[in-house]
Ligand binder design. Sequence first.
Ligand code: GAP
Length: 444
Amino acid sequence: MEKITSLAKRRGFVFQSSEIYGGQNGAWDYGPMGVELKNRIAGAWWKEMTQFHDDIVGLDAAILMHPRTWEASGHVENFTDPLVDCKKCKARFRADQIPPENLAAKKCPECGGELTDTRKFNLMFKTHIGPAEDTASIIYLRPETAQGIYVNYKNIIQSNRMKIPFGIAQIGKAFRNEIVTKNFIFRTCEFEQMEMQFFVKPGTDEEWFNEWRNRRWAYYEKLGVKMDHLRWHQHGPDELAHYAKDAYDIEYLFPMGWRELEGVHNRTNYDLNRHTQYSGKDMQYIDQDNNNERYIPFIIETSAGLTRNLLMILCDAYDEEQVAEKGNDDDWRTVLRFHPSLAPVTVAVLPLMKKDGLAELAQDIRKGLKEDFATDYDQGGAIGRRYRRQDEAGTPFCVTVDYQSKEDNTVTLRFRDSMEQVRVPIAELATRLRQEIKAYKRIK
Ligand code: GAP
């Protein structure tokens, strides 16, 4: 993880928030490469969920919601972690993450000092809306995007004439006052989620739950993730969230071990029932195709962290490779093997020399590619070093412009993964790149 964190900083993927002030715990900034990668991951998910599913529509709800939302959802009462402090060294722990014998003996796992009693700590960030800081003005930063979907579910049925079964997808920020925020961007206080809520008829929920588990698994396969680094984990009775009847996590083998990447939850009709109760509004669905049958739908939720997906994609892509066959035994390269559809830069154009019109020709070629691809241009230093820089940034294709290019209008197309090079006519470059992206299969 240290190597990935340091590469992420060096290449402008992720910076510590407010670094000049010593950093802000639980918050990170996404640099020029990071924001591109994050947008592409979000784009891939959005396309998968909305473009490929006629029965799913999108939403972008506000972060600030009526505080009653969080009473109804159960978050005010239940969204807590058990917390203990060490009276001696002042370290703070989640009680469920320290050895049980330490908890039983009230002994700090770090300094042996005495631990406080376990107390419940609500993870929601609280602030005030308006100038008065009293209890009437309390408002929360949403801890999940899901509730914005539930409170809009009737609006969407009416405005878009949706019929059950149907889904609503949303990507957005969520906030949790996490007690432990180590492991880079894995668990942070400010993060982004990609959530989809699928509304189904009660009694069909288990079937849809299985269907969505299969679809989400297939999605990661399509994204080219190492499938032996993914596994399912079913929540036991003591792990289930207060709203869930059944829940499975897709776990990824991160450098620190297997950890949750995404959850698929059967939330029953808990949330809509509670919103009916707390808002006084009728949340029933009226099935006009079935004698106006009325019911509160069950909800199957797929909930993935966008920023956690970014960490997974970085870890999954990271590779160090000895390239001894190129001459020097000590020659190693660091390479990010991103799927070309996710890579922040798709193609870099490199003139072999700055002089003799090669730089101008390379700039022209880049200009021609810009409409369809994310491009970069680099003319500084030896060509081998420039390839290494692009490998480290995960750029899948490099185009090199040399003296032959001036004579026969061809360039060298170099592939990041195999390091193979082929000669391609400039006029066919865009078509060839499109074909390569479509046919991409990870080789290592
Ligand atoms: N709406 C259901 C829900 O929020 P969750 O399991 O608490 O369920 C879903 O969160 C996903 O959100 C997780 O699988 C993870 O990817 C991401 N996530 C949750 N807490 C996070 C945090 N503190 N930092 C980064 N990502 C987080």
